[in-house]
Design a protein around this ligand. Structure first.
Ligand code: ZN
Length: 978
């Protein structure tokens, strides 16, 4: 269609006028609050009168007003918060509150502009229709009389003992901005507030000390008493039946929080005229008494220098009831006297308080920023590991881990596993990576920008952002524009890559060709490949070339590349043949795979320490872990595993060798895992696994191919499948011990699927194996196994339930080692840990058990623990907290849990007379925990079983026990090796 000229002209003029106009969202609403609140400390309740003068600065006519009633998230079981927490497997949060401990707000009366008004409450949202509507530029007043029950402390607010932490405690006007009303109910995630002023009069028992947003302008907050208590002087006796009232005033804040306790002690300091108050508890030790106010002053000094001046008259640091920390304007609550925590929370007064983002929709704009500034503070002050506290003996032996490095490793590990979510995701839409994205990846993004633009430019951009938008709402665009203006560079693509996409940085030296020139100089042609989707300009350093021809020979040879292209070819001529080519030698960028940043590829050697994360170096890591055991046949067996991998990420190969003292020979095991293509399509691509071994009388080789169903493994259902072939020769030594002599040739395949239908975790597996008699195989058979597992939490409790099913069917006669073991994992699983498979490797008296197979644990090790041709089995466990174990045992087991179990297995098949037996049932009790927080361990006591005669006993009830160091229920349902 042809558009007439005058219309084109009109469109141009119209669009031009639009572009020239003020940005449409350069306004914000202005509420001002007057609240009179009375705390009934005995009844844990509030009574209040609240007036809000609301000025409509928007260009829109408002037909309703919306308030948040945050405490109603804790009213009952149907609240959106409770449903959300269920979905994220943390139903305990709300459900743990007993009926007497819940909290809410009730609106007793409400008027608009002096006239009683209708209103509607839907949990945390209060809507008030406006008739007549509120015109742009006009104001109205809302008066509310409300009362509320205070919940027992949960999720940032409530009472415990005699302390009250009051956060999100009052009807609060929702934000109205260019996107309209912020109608997020209180669920997962945090808050968003409208800047305004507060005048809050708090009436408490006369012995309570009050800390709050703002400054006290009337009445007595009790700070004199609290200072006396800090100095160990007895404050004057106050009668808790009498009352104390204090008025706090605060301007330019978007929230108001307060804390009250008869136990607060107070110490003050100042920074640049800002008063700093540290409210601790009278019983707090030196860590609180000596340091928290000092950390507060350091935080203000640091943020003043880094970002801009603190605009408020005071800062209160309160020893809160929460275990972590939480921020409010002029007040933070901290659960620990940690410098990092104080820095993080005070940093939030800047990033959330002063630069006020929507914390629910764009949590990274505050969490990412304050994580970045805290990490930078700690590393600048205490060096790369950012710690002043003493390291544990283990960590100081192995070397402390650098703080940024730790963040990068965590991020890289997630990226490689395909478990990323976009940083800019709505808080309650995150599946599992909220913390790793909005704190971790977002802070790495800021560090990346800092490296990309240079620290000076970046810091200038940060201060510009603050100058422009302090005490206003901020968005990603406002931050990006400040950085673009400071650097003169367009940054949209970088922001997009980090914030909305989920890929990472992986630059690689793909190839190097070196030729000698006729004049004796050396020409290097280096191919640099950008594997990751994030483009970064790179520096390529050449070592040992004695300088570029035509330059001073002491000048280091550095080539700059733009990094935009997928493949770049760089050429340089040097005096001598270089011995190494290195990308990003200072490790500035969070490269996911640094092995390929160097040519030739390098290897580092070291000891494979248990529970120790290796820093990602630009080298393959070759690590040795010595090991040994004693058994009846070999005497002492000594040797170890040699592992070649990278960053604790994939074991590309493993070689184990153990010398037998008695028989004077080696047992060997070799494993190799090779991704089917290059690592870039990591996640989706398949992996080939090769195994060759000769251990404890089993000669075996195997090839297997495995693959994940999708690259993104975060959104269920997840599929994982594979197939392969293997050949096993069982020697004299294993024959009889659950193995049958001869050669077994097997074709096998498996498929696992897992999903999280609310509120359960489900997984199911199917595995099929066929033994073939061709090529000299001794056993022909078919074997089908089906398994399923369900775990979930019991509402309103700290209980977990687990169910496990196994059904196995095989043709007859299947060799013994292919049958289904009744009492636990079969011989093949035990063979994975050779000391368990060795005769006498672990004394029978230790009762070491491995969950698996039919899992009828009461029959483990007995005549009933045979391997059957057919098996149907079910196990159930209910697990809860175990508060009684304390002291040394409790500490060693770290958070032990108690469980009850019931197992039932119905075996059938060759050589088993099941007619008279029926099912083999057992029941009992157990404890599980982790030794020193690292090694999972459990003790099972099957106190009852229905066929005690199989154990040579007479009573169904008896004292029986077994230990297991396998993580319960996490082992594969069906073994994958064909
Ligand atoms: Zn935070």
């Amino acid at each position: 269609m042809r558009i007439p000229g005058f219309i084109t002209l009109f469109i141009c003029v119209f669009l031009g006028a639009q572009a020239a106009a003020e940005p449409a969202d350069d306004w914000r609403q202005v509420p001002s609050y007057t609240i009179d609140v009375r705390l009934d400390a005995g009844a844990k309740s509030l009574e209040a009168r609240e007036s809000v003068d609301y000025h409509n600065a928007s260009p829109d006519t408002l037909t309703q007003l919306v308030f948040h009633l945050y405490p109603n998230a804790f009213r009952d079981e149907a609240s959106p918060m409770r449903r959300d927490h269920w979905r994220h497997h943390n139903g305990r949060l709300v459900d743990a509150l007993g009926d007497e401990e819940r909290g809410w707000i009730d609106i007793d009366s409400l008027s608009v502009a002096g006239s009683p008004s209708e209103f509607a409450v839907d949990y945390t949202l209060l809507r008030i229709p406006l008739d007549p509507p509120l015109l742009p530029g006009s104001s109205t007043r809302i008066d509310l009389v409300w009362g509320g029950q205070i919940r027992k402390h949960s999720t940032r607010s409530g009472w415990r003992g005699r302390q009250f932490d009051m956060a999100q405690w009052y009807p609060k006007v929702a934000v109205y901005d260019a996107d309209g009303w912020d109608l997020d109910p209180y669920r997962k995630g945090e808050f968003y507030g409208e800047f305004g002023s507060f005048r809050v009069t708090i009436d408490v028992p006369a012995d309570h000390v009050v800390a709050a947003t703002g400054v006290p302008t009337e009445g007595n907050p009790g700070w004199g008493d609290a200072r006396a208590r800090f100095d160990d002087e007895s404050p004057p006796e106050r009668d808790p039946e009498e009352r104390r009232s204090v008025t706090f005033e605060a301007d330019d804040v978007h929230d108001f929080a307060w804390c009250a306790s008869p136990d607060f002690a107070l110490i003050d300091t100042t920074f640049n005229g800002t008063e700093i108050h540290s409210f601790i508890r009278s019983s707090d030790g030196d860590a609180w008494r000596d340091s928290v106010h000092v950390y507060g002053a350091r935080a203000l000094e640091w943020l003043d220098r880094l970002v801009g001046p603190y605009p408020y008259p005071q800062l209160s640091l309160v020893h809160g009831l929460l275990s972590g920390g939480m921020e409010y304007p002029m007040l933070v609550m901290d659960g620990r006297a940690s410098e990092g925590l104080v820095l993080h929370e005070v940093g939030h007064i800047y990033f959330y308080g002063i630069l006020a983002n929507d914390e629910t929709d764009h949590a990274w704009l505050d969490e990412g920023f304050t994580t970045w500034q805290t990490t930078r503070y700690l590393t600048e002050r205490y060096g790369p590991n950012g710690k002043k506290e003493k390291l544990s003996r283990y960590d100081s032996l192995l070397g402390p881990e650098a703080l940024w490095e730790r963040g990068r490793r965590r991020h890289a590990a997630r990226l490689r596993r395909g478990r990323m979510e976009p940083v800019d995701t709505h808080s309650h839409r995150f599946v599992e990576a909220y913390r790793d994205m909005v704190y971790g990846r977002a802070s790495l993004f800021l560090d990346h920008l800092e490296n990309l633009l240079g620290r000076e430019t970046f810091d200038r951009g940060m201060r510009l952002y603050y100058e422009r938008w302090a005490l206003d709402h901020v968005t990603e665009d406002r931050f990006r524009e400040a950085m673009e203006d400071a650097s003169g560079q367009p940054l949209e693509a970088v922001f997009d890559a980090w914030v909305r996409k989920t890929d990472g940085i992986d630059m690689a030296i793909d190839d190097v060709a070196v030729e000698e020139e006729p004049d004796g100089s050396w020409r290097s042609t280096v191919t640099v490949e950008r594997i990751g989707d994030i483009a970064v300009p790179f520096e390529l350093h050449l070592r040992g070339g004695r300088g570029r021809v035509g330059e001073d020979e002491n000048t280091e040879v550095v080539i700059d590349g733009a990094g935009e292209d997928r493949v770049s070819e760089l050429t340089v001529v040097t005096r001598e043949r270089p011995d190494a080519y290195i990308l990003d030698p200072r490790g500035e960028f969070a490269d996911v795979d640094r092995r390929n940043d160097r040519w030739p590829r390098a290897t580092s050697f070291g000891i494979d320490w248990p529970a120790h994360a290796e820093p990602d170096e630009d080298a393959y890591a070759l690590r040795f872990r010595p090991g040994g055991w004693h058994n009846d046949v070999d005497g002492y067996r000594l040797g170890g595993n040699l592992r070649l991998g990278y960053g604790g990420w994939f074991d590309q190969s493993l070689m184990g060798a153990w010398w037998s003292q008695e028989r004077e020979r080696f047992d060997l095991r070799l494993r190799l895992s090779l991704p089917s293509r290059r690592l870039r399509r990591w996640g989706r691509d398949g992996t080939h696994l090769f195994t060759v071994e000769n251990i404890e009388g089993l000669e075996r080789w195997e090839w297997r191919f495995e693959r994940w169903g999708s690259r993104e493994k975060i959104y269920p259902p997840h599929h994982h499948f594979g197939f392969g072939i293997s050949r096993e020769t069982v020697g004299e030594r294993l024959a009889g011990a659950g193995w049958e002599r001869g050669d077994t040739h097997v074709l096998g395949l498996f498929h696992d699927v897992s999903a999280r239908p609310y509120p359960f975790d489900l997984s199911a597996s199917i595995g099929f194996r066929r033994g073939i008699e061709s090529f000299g195989g001794d056993h022909g058979f078919d074997r089908l196994a089906l398994g399923a597992r369900v775990t979930g939490e019991v509402p309103r409790s700290d209980l977990r339930v687990r169910l496990r099913f196994l059904a196995g069917l095989s043709s007859e006669p299947t060799p013994a080692h292919e049958r289904f073991r009744v009492g636990g994992a079969g011989v093949r699983a035990r063979h994975e840990a050779p000391w368990l498979a060795s005769p006498g490797g672990v004394p029978d008296d230790l009762h070491v058990w491995m969950p698996g197979g039919g899992n009828a644990r009461g029959y483990f090790g007995s005549a009933g623990d045979f391997a059957a041709q057919r098996l149907a089995a079910i196990s159930a466990e209910v697990e809860g907290p175990l508060p009684l174990i304390g002291g040394v045992v409790g500490k060693a087991l770290s958070k032990p849990r108690l469980f009850l179990f019931v197992d039932s297995a119905s075996p059938g098949g060759v050589g088993v007379d099941t007619a008279g037996l029926g099912s083999l049932d057992d029941a009992g009790i157990g404890i599980r925990g982790s030794l020193l927080g690292r090694l999972p361990i459990r003790l099972d006591l099957p106190v009852w079983l229905n066929h005690p005669e199989l154990l040579g006993e007479q009573d169904e009830f008896g004292a029986r026990w077994m230990v297991s160091i396998a993580a319960p229920w996490s082992a594969p349902l069906i073994r994958r090796n064909p």
